[in-house]
Design a protein around this ligand. Structure first.
Ligand SMILES: [Zn+2]
Ligand SMILES: [Zn+2]
Length: 396
């Protein structure tokens, strides 16, 4: 089959790779109908995450059709339309029993890598480097789904692929960000990053009772989308002092909940940015935590900082004094997909949220590098590029 593979930094290529096969009785094989780019792929493609090798198939946000099931798969039969959680989890271990699926003890065959990097094993993630299991990703015609009964979900009749695909990753990530943020009726929620995850966090904040949502980004078009689709007030950090503006918008108090939907490649202005960029280049610090710093400084006393933007290593100049003395709560993590996906599919079915506005560009796999470039450069008002791996693979 054809798949979009990592070759080297910023060099993706379509390659012929072996078709996936059932390895364990709990596996199934899915024919991929849509597979999305994700901001966290950029950390890999841009060379900030080690443990990626030439030939690795990227992609972790996807949906498709079941073509083969292992003998222990109970929930699915051939022909079912499914959306699959980007995080792979066994469904049976101590952590899965608590619905903290991204902490699964059993789904990462390369457990020793995160053990070395993070002090413990972590769940596998499709197409997300060898540290997260080395699983083949979804930018491919077919994909193997381990622990299929736990990770895959039947798509309700009548829903379009474009409305469903983000239930794989961006929507549960954004929803979990809001879920962790201690939102109460009347809360003001600030969300840094108005990309796919950020937009889903904004809409989820309203689902969970927020009164106001404030979106912070540098891209005018993304802020427009935040206003139009996610009912947010907006701040462009290239135009205003975000900390001052947030105080002004909240009667001098600061937001109750601050969500970091950006992570380690955050950009900014001024001396802090130049400092981080220089250190990141020198590999002395691998995360640029501008958003995290702002979120901590902006958050009201006793508020919550919720982090779903990805960090991979060490970050410095974190204002711990502010965090400690203001009695902030920190919550964070890779998303626990299977905990949230069923209720998110219901929200889509009920029309509460329709994530299809995130699909701004559709391409074949052969346009993979172009798609990621467009997404990275934020060309043509790009929110998300999604690939249709069944589309003609020949360049036009
Ligand atoms: Zn993702
Ligand atoms: Zn588990």
């Amino acid at each position: 089959m054809k798949a979009l593979c990592y070759n080297s930094v910023k060099d993706l290529r379509v390659e012929n790779v072996p078709d996936p096969e059932i390895i364990s009785p709990k596996d199934m094989i899915v024919r991929v109908t849509l597979s999305s780019v994700c901001g966290s792929d950029l950390h890999i493609i841009n060379g900030f995450i080690p443990a990626v090798k030439a030939g690795d198939v990227l992609g972790h946000e996807f949906m498709g059709e079941v073509v083969e099931t292992g003998r222990d798969v109970k929930k699915f039969v051939k022909g079912d339309r499914v959306v699959v959680a980007s995080v792979i989890a066994c469904g049976e271990c101590h952590y899965c029993n608590q619905q903290t699926y991204s902490l699964c003890d059993n789904s990462n065959p390369n457990a020793y890598l995160p053990e070395k990097m993070f002090g413990d094993t972590l769940a596998g993630i499709y197409g997300y480097t060898h540290a997260f299991g080395g699983y083949a990703g979804s930018h491919a015609q077919y994909i193997r789904i381990p622990f299929a009964d736990n990770g895959a979900f039947k798509v309700p009749e009548g829903l379009q692929d474009d409305s469903v695909i983000f239930c794989s990753d961006a929507f549960p990530t954004g929803y979990m960000a809001a879920d962790m943020a201690n939102i109460k009726p009347g809360s003001v929620v600030a969300v840094w990053g108005a990309g796919g995850v950020g937009q889903m966090a904004m809409q989820s904040a309203y689902l969970l009772g927020a009164e106001r949502v404030i979106a912070i980004d540098r891209e005018a078009y993304r802020l427009r989308v935040a206003i139009e689709k996610s009912k947010a007030e907006t701040l462009n950090f290239t135009e205003v002092d975000v900390l001052e503006a947030l105080k002004d918008l909240t009667g001098g108090r600061g937001p109750d909940c601050c969500i970091d939907a950006v992570g380690m490649e955050s950009s900014g202005t001024g001396i802090g940015y130049a400092y981080d960029k220089a250190k990141q280049w020198a590999r002395m610090e691998n995360d640029r935590p501008l958003v995290l710093r702002d979120a901590i400084m902006a958050c009201r006393k006793g508020g919550t900082v919720s982090i779903v933007g990805v960090y991979s290593g060490f970050a410095d100049k974190i204002p711990m004094g502010a965090a400690m003395n203001k009695a902030l709560t920190f919550r964070m993590g890779q998303m626990h997909g299977p905990k949230y996906i069923p209720r998110l599919l219901e929200h889509v079915q009920n029309g509460d949220v329709d994530p299809s506005f995130l699909v701004t560009h559709k391409m074949g796999l052969h346009q993979g590098q172009q798609g990621y470039d467009m997404f990275t450069q934020k060309e043509d008002n790009c929110m998300r590029v999604v690939f249709d791996p069944q589309k003609s693979l020949q360049p036009a």
